[in-house]
Design a binder for this molecule. Structure first.
Ligand SMILES: [Zn+2]
Length: 429
């Protein structure tokens, strides 16, 4: 199930997207109060937007815009909305994203071709180990995508290793949809209960929320730890509620593929200019085919590298490397630029580290400081020194690191929205 356009040449894909873009401009100009206002203010007419390069004439849309003018982004009357989801905003209040019946079909299509990208077929059964309710989009997308693809899906939900294993052994699914670090929990449970993970019939995992690879696509520490115990294929998928679109790895596992009929991507620098090929920049997306809340040049806040060489799987579409970090969480520390995920990776090298939080703050002269609070059963001076040395060799800098009681870390990790635990606390600005 590879859509024709994904095997087309880059030039054909560009022409295809330009036609879609012109249609989107007309649609927004007619139906979106927010974008109509933006076009008028900046005197942008339909003839000014003919090709992808013309996108640069249109100001980008930030998360703050989406939050402040949330209702103005809606292109349909409220009674056309079938599914209401929310995503955490930057100003505290969550942002609402509505989906119409057609948007749910689009979401199903998006996830079906994304699953297909990772090798899932109608012969497979997927086990969903993430939440489907709580106003999330992802779980529903997986369900609809599996249905569209003709695959089976078991909605177990988040947590509860015992129920996950009970389900695996009873229904024999072939794929898990999972946050990768949860795979470690499943491995641990299996070890304690005499379950052979490699005889479980699970051949692959569609992994969300955490990176599996370094920028050269080699497996990172977390993925190595998983693979050393469990011989299964790991596929990264990257998506967000605002995009309503996923970038999922294929059999080559060289980055998540873009679906040209669903999304236009730009990788921009701080001055909103495209970065040179192969450089990291902020992912800016324009959604295609969305009825209720299409977005034009939406700044995702995620720093990524795009890869444009043809892929071994036969697709020519752009691929996104692992997310380097959140743009807002970029840290300038002792002359080095770094992001929290690199610190997560470094800490994952230590099984002794039970849990941690990374605090980022401004010191008295206004520059960035990092304090990592670690909970461990063996809080020795020796371990502290080993961790510091490891940071120095991996990241070239050593943040402040201290051991604190487990309860303190747990308290800090509780998020306000009660969703994912917090591992980074940014106190700057
Ligand atoms: Zn590929």
């Amino acid at each position: 199930m590879i859509p024709e356009i994904e095997k087309a040449s880059l030039q054909e894909i560009k022409t295809f997207q330009e036609e879609k873009l012109r249609g989107l401009f007309e649609y927004l100009n007619t139906n979106s109060p927010y974008y109509r206002r933006l076009f008028r203010k900046h005197k942008i007419s339909a003839d000014a937007i003919r090709n992808l390069e013309d996108l640069r004439r249109i100001p980008t849309t930030s998360k703050e815009d989406l939050q402040k003018f949330n209702d103005d982004f809606l292109c349909v009357p409220k009674n056309k909305i079938v599914d209401f989801v929310t995503t955490s905003g930057t100003l505290g209040e969550p942002v609402t994203v509505g989906l119409t019946d057609a948007d749910l079909d689009r979401l199903a299509y998006n996830e079906a071709i994304s699953f297909a990208c990772a090798g899932v077929t109608d012969e497979d059964i997927l086990q969903l180990t993430t939440t489907i309710d709580r106003r999330f989009m992802a779980g529903l997308a997986y369900f609809l995508g599996a249905r569209k693809l003709g695959a089976g899906i078991i909605r177990v939900g988040a947590g509860i290793p015992e129920l996950q294993w009970d389900t695996i052994l009873q229904f024999r699914p072939s794929y898990l949809i999972v946050v990768p670090s949860f795979l470690l929990k499943l491995i641990e449970y299996a070890e304690h209960h005499d379950i052979d993970v490699n005889a479980s019939g699970i051949k692959g995992a569609i992994c969300i929320g955490e990176s599996l690879r370094d920028q050269d696509f080699s497996l990172n520490v977390l993925a190595h730890r998983i693979k050393s115990a469990w011989n299964l294929e790991l596929y990264s998928t990257y998506a967000s509620t605002e995009m309503s679109t996923a970038f999922t790895e294929c059999s080559e596992q060289q980055g998540g593929h873009q679906h040209p009929e669903l999304i236009i991507t730009e990788i921009l620098d701080d001055e909103q200019n495209p970065v040179p090929a192969g450089y990291e920049g902020e992912l800016v997306v324009t959604t295609l085919g969305i009825e209720a809340m299409p977005l034009l040049r939406f700044k995702t806040g995620d720093m990524v590298v795009a890869h444009t060489s043809p892929c071994g799987c036969g697709r020519n579409t752009l691929r996104l490397g692992p997310v380097v970090g959140r743009k807002k969480q970029m840290i300038k520390y002792k002359g080095t630029t770094l992001y929290p995920p690199a610190m997560h990776n470094a800490l994952n090298d230590f099984p002794e580290v039970e849990s941690f939080v990374i605090e980022i703050y401004h010191n008295s002269i206004g520059t960035d400081e990092i304090r990592i609070k670690i909970a461990t059963k063996i809080a020795s001076e020796e371990l502290l020194q080993t961790i510091k040395d490891h940071f120095r060799s991996k990241l070239r800098v050593t943040p402040n690191i201290e051991f604190v009681p487990k309860e303190e870390v747990q308290k800090l990790r509780i998020s306000k929205l009660g969703r994912k635990p917090v591992s980074v606390i940014d106190k700057r600005g």
